[in-house]
Design a protein around this ligand. Structure first.
Ligand SMILES: NC(=O)C1=CN([C@@H]2O[C@H](COP(=O)(O)OP(=O)(O)OC[C@H]3O[C@@H](n4cnc5c(N)ncnc54)[C@H](OP(=O)(O)O)[C@@H]3O)[C@@H](O)[C@H]2O)C=CC1
Ligand SMILES: O=C1OC[C@@H](O)[C@H](O)[C@H]1O
Length: 379
């Protein structure tokens, strides 16, 4: 067993709390014995918030309490700035859980201080920002990964195995949707989902999830040979209150394989039985809600013939192991660090670049306040 990977966490909001809690889960509960985690530093814009965050972790219950007696939080430091985390010699890798528009400056600062980085989705505001981070990671020989946790969930591997086995036949078409009713007409306009300065709107926040299923099912499909698709068209509806996108839709084509329609929406609830649908010659595969953490999928077959209304549905359950489900990506980071890798094979830079490129194209073709916005790269 190796030494634990020492995590520094910056920001103390919703997702940083979820991520930190999952580092407290016993890896053996998910059959992981090769890596261990330790939280050595937490950084916030205020030291009170960092201390409160640490105190909250120390009061964890259930599966999240294992770490308290197993040294995961021993000696953890709370800081009132992010820089102190970047400069802490007891930190190997920094987890970035700030709002979208800070991902680039925070990741850049961490890399320049010599730390490996796991950064929340969407990786950056635009592709130029992402390319700058990759350049720095390469130059400084540091690990860098977008925290698309869904890629590492057991169901992601199960769905790929089913599709790539060929049993469902040739892929015909794909669609994926992440919709939630966030009451956009009455919600607090300063909330990060609505606030343009924090990268608000459905595209950047929700877009990574239809995209993850498009990448896993279509891009990775053996018949595609990892060729990037062409973006055929897109549309965004503007939320007039704050100027961000209320919904976004974009149509992709993997040449010779099929087309995929991707949707995000903040004003309508999604349809539970089908958050992503892969239609093949012999059967259809529907991945259930929620797109970020589905735990079941259904294969719909047509016992008579493809056009008959009679269908047979078999549902497969592939639950995550104890915890919220963010520990899998942490394990991947730990393994990559131990192996001396700069990027993950399961979440490689080029695939983050492809998805970030879609977001740029959709945004630039739309009419939101973000249409002509540029990120921080080159500042
Ligand atoms: N993987 C997943 O499932 C999820 C990922 N996310 C991603 O995580 C990121 C953060 O989302 P979430 O945790 O929901 O957001 P929160 O608003 O809950 O937390 C964001 C934190 O960022 C810090 N921060 C720094 N600058 C600002 C600022 N100007 N305004 C507000 N907060 C600031 C604050 O921490 P402090 O005061 O301590 O500095 C704040 O608590 C987003 O990019 C989102 O896409 C979000 C939800 C789920
Ligand atoms: O990443 C996410 O997944 C869960 C959603 O509720 C959240 O808006 C989003 O940021």
């Amino acid at each position: 067993m190796s030494q634990p990977i020492r995590w520094g966490i910056i920001s103390t909001g919703y997702i940083s709390t979820s991520f930190a809690k999952d580092l407290l889960v016993d890896p053996a509960t998910r059959d992981v014995y090769d890596v261990k985690h330790k939280i050595t530093a937490v950084g916030s814009r205020s030291v009170e918030s960092a201390d409160k965050f640490i105190e909250g972790l120390k009061n964890s219950e259930g599966v999240h309490s294992w770490g308290l007696t197993s040294g995961v939080l021993d000696g953890v430091m709370g800081y009132g700035t992010y820089e102190e985390v970047f400069n802490d010699p007891n930190v190997d890798v920094v987890y970035i859980g700030t709002p979208h528009t800070f991902h680039h400056p925070n990741s850049k600062a961490a890399l320049l201080a010599g730390k490996h980085v796991l950064c929340e989705k969407p990786f950056t505001f635009d592709l130029e920002e992402l390319d700058e981070l990759i350049k720095i990671a390469k130059e400084k020989k540091l690990f860098l990964m977008e925290a698309v946790w869904t890629r590492f969930h057991p169901i992601a591997y199960a769905v790929q195995e089913e599709l790539f086995s060929g049993k469902l036949g040739k892929i015909k078409r794909f669609q994926a949707d992440f919709s939630m009713d966030m009451k956009p007409e009455t919600a607090d306009p300063k909330h990060r989902m609505l606030n343009p300065d924090l990268g608000g709107g459905s595209l950047l926040d929700m877009g990574p999830y239809p995209s993850v299923w498009a990448m896993l099912c279509m891009q990775h499909h053996p018949s595609n040979q990892n060729r990037p698709p062409k973006l055929l068209s897109s549309y965004q509806t503007v939320l007039k209150r704050t100027g961000v996108d209320l919904n976004s839709r974009w149509l992709l084509e993997w040449e010779g394989v099929g087309q995929g329609l991707l949707l995000t929406e903040m004003g309508v609830k999604g349809f539970g039985p089908m958050t992503a649908l892969v239609q093949c010659e012999e059967a259809d595969l529907a991945i259930h809600w929620p797109p970020y953490k589905p735990e079941s999928y259904t294969i719909h077959t047509h016992p008579q013939n493809r056009d008959s209304p009679e269908t047979q549905a078999v549902t497969h359950h592939v639950p995550i192991h104890p915890g919220i489900g963010m520990h899998y990506e942490a394990d991947e980071v730990a393994r990559c660090l131990l192996a001396g890798k700069l990027e993950s094979d399961r979440m490689p830079w080029e695939e983050s670049r492809i998805v970030q490129g879609w977001f740029d194209e959709v945004r630039k073709a739309g009419d939101t306040v973000h249409k002509d916005w540029k990120g921080h790269a080159g500042e």
